[in-house]
Design a protein around this ligand. Structure first.
Ligand SMILES: [Zn+2]
Length: 133
């Protein structure tokens, strides 16, 4: 239906507006960790009592093939890093949604095109090799 295509186009337009600015995106995730200073007599690092100093913040980035890079984040840059990570995640989420809408649009446009042709028969995919689109 034409309506269905119009609906999908509207959804896509709305999704495009949800895309964050891409200039500051950062990959990875933010971890926190307590650290020990090893100074004798430090009350934060007493064995069994102290919890250490911190938390310190670490940007953990996967480099693929099970390698991870851990980059310390100065506390005054934590907020900025969090926003950049959020933008990355939002970008990925919206991108997947747009691709999904485009897939539906593609299928709908194909359907209309087939309907427009008279005398053409749709060839069924064989069960041995089913087409999944
Ligand atoms: Zn300490």
């Amino acid at each position: 239906m034409k309506d269905r295509i119009a609906q999908l186009a509207i959804s896509r337009k709305q999704l495009l507006q949800q895309l964050p600015g891409l200039a500051s995106v950062l990959p990875g995730s933010l971890l926190s960790r307590m650290v020990r200073c090893n100074k004798p007599g430090c009350r934060f690092c007493q064995k069994g009592k102290g919890q250490g100093h911190g938390p310190i913040w670490i940007l953990s980035v996967s480099l693929g093939s099970r390698q991870v890079r851990q980059i310390p984040v100065p506390s005054e840059m934590k907020k900025e890093v969090e926003e950049s990570l959020r933008a990355f995640a939002q970008m990925q989420k919206v991108l997947r949604q747009i691709a999904q809408v485009n897939l539906e649009l593609f299928k709908e446009r194909k359907r209309q095109r087939l309907r427009g042709r008279t005398g053409m028969r749709t060839v069924r995919p064989s069960s041995a090799n089913p087409a999944r689109l």
